[in-house]
Design a protein around this ligand. Structure first.
Ligand SMILES: Nc1ncnc2c1ncn2[C@@H]1O[C@H](COP(=O)(O)OP(=O)(O)OP(=O)(O)O)[C@@H](O)[C@H]1O
Ligand SMILES: [Mg+2]
Length: 262
């Protein structure tokens, strides 16, 4: 954990949406170097929308996103590319290209952004696959891999250009609890050993407690942030009862299953 780390991403008065439609408004938060930062919130509240704006896929309706000293909105041309290369992304739909081997998938960003000779690109891709314990699957096709292995390979691809920041949208979605716990351990390990900063979208409570240094909780109704802090802090001390309830996982049980005095 890195509570006093400098801000690597600063989000200022950010409003995002599509066309005229506001999805989230006036968000302020920062992500600190080396931390695992989790964005959570109900289905459809705008988690992926926020992430896509943070990585510059869409221009914000208002506000700013800073990567260290660089404003993403203001940067153009080579400056913008230099900022974009600071991070790797695994999208929610995050599929690997089915017609390419695992190795070829991991080499894609190297093909696109570097002029390295093929052999160097292969060595780098193999090193990334090793980091996620997938080197023995390098020549396999994605369809032949389990869901957890596909996620690992997608993380290796996101790391291909050695970014300091990794954005992962719902990495454990669709995985069984044991595979999901393995992925959490991998993320924690990468954060610790490589010093990478992770920004992760998830709503899996065990994952949040396993990996998150800090979280922000988004709310679709108010279109804002209803909690910021360590998961245990929010569970025990959030002034917002809905936030405490989420972290105590009472919400998923129908009222009648709770103890009578609850
Ligand atoms: N490209 C788009 N154009 C217009 N509206 C969109 C677009 N993408 C998402 N939306 C809408 O924005 C809202 C937020 O969607 P988003 O995918 O960001 O939510 P989410 O919190 O990631 O949901 P989930 O938990 O299902 O992944 C939804 O109402 C969605 O329909
Ligand atoms: Mg989403």
């Amino acid at each position: 954990m890195n509570e006093t780390g400098e801000a690597v991403i600063t989000v200022k008065a950010l409003t995002v949406g599509y066309g005229e439609k506001v999805i989230l408004q006036n968000l302020d938060f920062e992500v600190r170097r080396g931390e695992v930062f989790v964005i959570l919130g109900g289905s459809g509240c705008g988690k992926s929308t926020l992430l896509k704006h943070m990585i510059g896929l869409y221009p914000p309706m208002a506000g700013e996103i800073w990567f260290g000293p660089d404003s993403l909105g203001a940067a153009q041309g080579d400056d913008r590319i230099r900022i974009l290369r600071k991070f790797g992304v695994m999208y929610q739909s995050g599929a690997l290209f089915g017609s390419l081997t695992v190795m070829e998938n991991v080499m894609l960003p190297l093909d696109e952004f570097t002029e390295l000779p093929a052999q160097a690109k292969e060595l780098i891709a193999l090193a990334k696959l090793k980091l996620v314990a997938m080197e023995t699957a390098a020549s396999q096709m994605p369809a032949d891999l389990s869901g957890g292995m596909q996620k690992r390979a997608a993380i290796a691809r996101a790391m291909a250009l050695d970014p300091g920041i990794l954005f992962l949208d719902e990495p454990s979605a669709g995985l069984d609890p044991i595979t999901s716990a393995g992925l959490d351990a991998l993320i924690k390990d990468l954060a610790r050993t490589l010093g990478c900063t992770f920004v992760i979208v998830t709503h899996e409570l065990p994952s949040i407690f396993a990996v998150a240094d800090r979280v922000i909780m988004l709310d679709g109704k108010s279109k804002g942030i209803i909690g910021t802090g360590r998961p245990d802090e929010l569970r025990d001390h959030s002034p917002n009862p809905w936030v405490r309830q989420f972290f105590n996982r009472q919400a998923e049980f129908p009222r009648r299953q709770l103890p009578p005095d609850d």
